[in-house]
Design a protein around this ligand. Sequence first.
Ligand code: 13P
Length: 256
Amino acid sequence: MSGGSGRRPPVVVAANWKMHKDPPATGSFFREFRASTAEGGPRVLVFPPAASLAAAVAARPPGVSIGVQNIHWEDKGAFTGEISAPIARGAGASHALVGHSERRHLFGESDADVARKMAAALRHGLVPLLCVGETLREREAGRVEEVVLRQLDRALEELPGARADFLIAYEPVWAINTGRTATPADVEAAHGTLRGRLRERLGAAAADVSILYGGSVKPANARALMAADDVDGLLVGGASLDADQFADIVEAARSR
Ligand code: 13P
């Protein structure tokens, strides 16, 4: 459970489309997406590729928020191929993924980069969804706690004060796009570690920070994952590309 006060973070279900879906496919997805996004249910976030952002903003139903998969830490400048937080905001994004493992491991993003991106997002009113998670080698070496706490602490280093207006996703690298899901016990352990650190840093406001699980989430395992302690939502890759599967996952998250 997320704290003695009984206060619990909002439930959030997020779709990370990675490098999938052009603007027409984005429009089709939202025409087929049937989950109820009424108030009181899970908050739904969709992270399309940047070139499909405008299509997503135009086609999303009420209650669905749109985010970018990456931002640069500078507000503007000579950074070919990059998108700043103000540009993302101007294009209709309200959220930004920060520190996704594919950014860290395939594109060499460091903890310091992640910290600057967290600060840039919050400076411009984008809600960051900070991704943390260990590799298989780190897990096998018994370093899960150390790794996720380092990633969390470093990510918050550049923030001007104690802020609780961000989200976290625990995404073990070995569970991403592999069909291998962490067990509810693995997830509880990592989420409990992160929640503990949030309490140390933020006190009661730690209960405002939703901690999502990501890594091979499917309609078939979503309910069991949501039942684990300190799981406040799900970050879904592959299964979020299918409107029906993603809607089923949103429905499963309603069970918490
Ligand atoms: P999969 O659900 O495809 O494993 O991807 C998880 C992920 O990386 C979401 O950000």
